[in-house]
Design a protein around this ligand. Structure first.
Ligand code: GAP
Length: 453
């Protein structure tokens, strides 16, 4: 579909084979649309989150961090409009007992083989659409009683609005300023699938940027520029990203303008991140429901207003899928097919693999010494098992940008070969300079080799 060799089947199989992600509860047959992240998946997700925090907190001085609770006061979701409006229209088929989103019926597949929905065969017996709330409900305290119902948050954003007041005080912030957080969200999604693209439990990276109302359009444009640039800086090919503005019917209940940043996934163009102008909807709603004043007041001039909010909201899991899909590649080395993840070095789960050429002659001992030296400064991995070619392939598949090989010459002059994942170039370098050299390489601008040129 997009001219790449990558398909979802290949990605899912690589992720399982190399320990990025597994179907959750697999030994019990799996739990629909739930995934567990293995070692390299955790490292990759951590790197994505670290780069997001870096862009939000370290590279600017107008955003502060938050980590709010997953379970919030139930009034939160009444005020936010989620109890009323966070619904999908659902249709049941009485024949195959499956449930579909009314607005996605054309894409739905019926349980009976080889038949297909929507309602096109005489056996299909569809109900009228009914609204179904996507929030997971649970109870607080051991007894399920009136008033004990609470929800698992369906977005991290509301925790930010509930804490807005604190940031005016302790942060001594005057709009424009932002509050950012990363955390789990939960949605009882009906249409799932496409691996980790849409799951019921996922992590969000959301930032609410509070601005004077008159400046909202300017800041909306600012974030529409910033967010694609973040992805491109981390190696995503620009021709695989596009912004698509929502039309009036598509807008969420809180939004006056939203653009989706879309990625050209193996299954087509779909939302990667949402950038919305939420206006003053949330702060005003929470002010009404809580009876508290949620506004900015300038004590010197007496100026007061409820700030507007610009929100870039991204899923960690969805970002991971886009980075993996964009990095996936296949080529041939000396007649042998190779699968390689051409990840930006900053995102690569392991930055450098340390490999003794053979498991004798003192090479493993020296290789371990090099490994211990390197792991002080970056994520390194030591591997001595199997033929060197197979060890390179394994590192290529997990996206390790550099491999250091210790050979007989290393024992003589303390130099090693450094192999580059993408160019396959091998250069000789002294052990003592490796750490500094990799740190330098990590700071260099990087361009996806899949772009050519
Ligand atoms: N606070 C606004 C908000 O939550 P959203 O468009 O519903 O907006 C923002 O979600 C981002 O969160 C999406 O662009 C996507 O990256 C991610 N996301 C949403 N639902 C998801 C799901 N079920 N599984 C994985 N990621 C999801």
């Amino acid at each position: 579909m997009n001219g790449d060799v990558v398909t979802m089947d290949k990605l899912v199989s690589l992720c399982k084979r190399r320990g990025f992600a597994f179907l959750s509860s697999e030994i019990y047959g799996g739990l629909g649309s739930s995934y567990d992240y293995g070692h390299y998946g955790v490292l990759l997700k951590n790197n994505i989150k670290a780069q997001w925090w870096r862009a939000m907190l370290q590279e600017r001085d107008d955003i502060l961090a938050l980590d709010s609770a997953i379970i919030q006061h139930p009034k939160t979701w009444e005020a936010s409009g989620h109890v009323q409006s966070f619904t999908d229209p659902l249709i049941d088929c009485r024949t195959c007992k499956l449930r579909f989103r009314a607005d996605k019926l054309e894409e739905a597949q019926c349980g009976r083989k080889p038949s297909k929905h929507p309602g096109e065969t005489p056996e299909c017996d569809l109900t009228a659409p009914r609204d179904f709330n996507l929030m997971f409900e649970t109870t607080i305290g051991p007894v399920k009683e009136a008033g004990s119902a609470v929800y698992l948050r369906p977005e991290t954003a509301q925790g930010i609005f509930l804490n807005f007041k604190h940031y005016l005080q302790f942060g001594r912030k005057k709009p424009p300023f932002g509050i950012a957080q990363i955390g789990k969200s939960f949605r009882n999604e009906i249409t799932t699938g496409n691996f980790i693209f849409r799951t019921r439990e996922f992590e969000q990276m959301e930032m609410e940027f509070f601005v004077p109302p008159a400046d909202a359009d300017h800041w909306f444009e600012h974030w529409l520029e910033q967010r694609p640039a973040w992805f491109e800086g981390l190696g995503i090919r620009p021709d695989h990203l596009r912004l698509r503005a929502h039309d009036q019917e598509e807008l969420s209940h809180y939004s006056s303008a939203t653009s989706d940043l879309e990625y050209l996934h193996p299954f087509g163009w779909t939302e990667l991140e949402g950038i919305a102008n939420r206006g003053d909807f949330d702060l005003k709603q929470h002010a009404t429901y809580s009876g508290q004043k949620l506004e900015y007041v300038d004590s010197a001039s007496g100026e007061r207003y409820v700030p507007y909010v610009i929100e870039p909201a991204l899923g960690v899991d969805r970002a991971m899928l886009a980075f993996l899909a964009d990095a996936y590649d296949e080529d041939e080395i000396e007649g042998e097919r190779r699968t390689v993840l051409r990840l930006h070095p900053l995102l690569a789960p392991v930055k450098v693999a340390v490999l003794p050429l053979v498991r004798k002659d003192g090479q493993p001992e020296l290789a371990r010494e090099v490994y211990l030296l390197l792991r002080e400064v970056l994520q390194a991995e030591y591997d001595e098992g199997g033929a060197i070619g197979r060890r390179y392939r394994r590192q290529d598949e997990i996206g390790t940008p550099w491999a250091v090989t210790i050979d007989h010459q290393t024992l003589e002059d303390r130099t090693v070969t450094v192999r580059d994942r993408d160019s396959l170039a091998q250069v000789r370098a002294p052990i003592e300079e490796l750490a500094r050299e990799f740190e330098r390489r990590l700071r260099e601008p990087w361009r996806s080799p899949k772009l050519g040129g």
